[in-house]
Design a protein around this ligand. Structure first.
Ligand code: DHB
Ligand code: MG
Length: 222
């Protein structure tokens, strides 16, 4: 057992019972590590969770912000039907090169399109609509992203954002990091947005010996 914390053990328990990575996902993790990408991709448990959400709502068109090594992209793409499509935006060229390799190793290169550049410039060029959106890019820009994305959605589109709890960083009265404050404001914005119905699902992050809690916001477009 690699996880000594309780949250780590719980995550491992769920993963062992319900999550199976295919070859492409395993390759993506290995190749991302080899190329020194930061190991901040979603966990396998969250990958399975996102892919099930995509299937449950029968999503056909997905938008993702923050490709990193395309690990989450592959989980989302796997959940799409044959004629489905995911556009994923990455601003870091080095990450995008590794992501391309990881996508090529999968059988889903026709399903996935990477766009390299600033999400805030690219989003307005995309044609509507998206059924499912996963935001996992610059935490300081989440509000700007979602404001630009809502017009590209339809009623009952689902928008999920990663890292909206940051181990309770968003609870701090005087946030020790600037982006905690931005996320606090973002969560309040979600709560007050009349175009969205939102909640946050907390989840555990299996960091060895630590009990780390983060959260996914889940919004339905009204
Ligand atoms: C970190 C984790 C993330 O999921 C992310 O999107 C960015 C950073 C982190 O733990 O540093
Ligand atoms: Mg993240």
């Amino acid at each position: 057992m690699i996880n000594s914390s309780l949250t780590g053990q719980v995550d491992e328990y769920i993963e062992n019972l319900f999550v199976e990575e295919d070859e492409a996902l395993t390759f993506a993790i290995k190749n991302s590590k080899k190329n020194n990408l930061p190991p901040i991709q979603i966990t396998p448990v969250i990958g399975k969770f996102l892919s099930m959400q995509v299937k449950i709502i029968n999503a056909k068109r997905i938008l993702e912000l923050g490709t990193l090594g395309a690990y989450s992209t592959l989980w989302l793409a796997k959940a799409l039907p044959d004629d489905g499509k995911i556009i994923t935006i990455e601003h870091n060229n080095n990450y995008a090169v590794v992501a391309e390799e990881n996508i090529l190793s999968s059988k889903m290169k026709d399903t996935i399109e990477i766009k390299i550049g600033e999400a805030l410039s690219i989003i307005p060029t995309l044609s509507p609509t998206f059924d499912f959106v996963f935001i996992d890019a610059n935490k300081e820009e989440y509000k700007d992203y979602i404001e630009k994305i809502i017009p590209l959605c339809h009623k009952d589109s689902v928008i999920v954002c990663d890292n909206v709890i940051r181990n309770g960083g968003v609870l701090q009265k005087n946030p020790e990091k600037a982006y905690y404050k931005k996320l606090q404001e973002f969560n309040a914005y979600l709560a007050n947005n009349k175009k969205l119905e939102t909640t946050i699902l907390p989840f555990t992050v299996p960091l060895t010996g630590r009990d780390y809690i983060d959260g996914l916001s889940i919004s339905r477009v009204l």
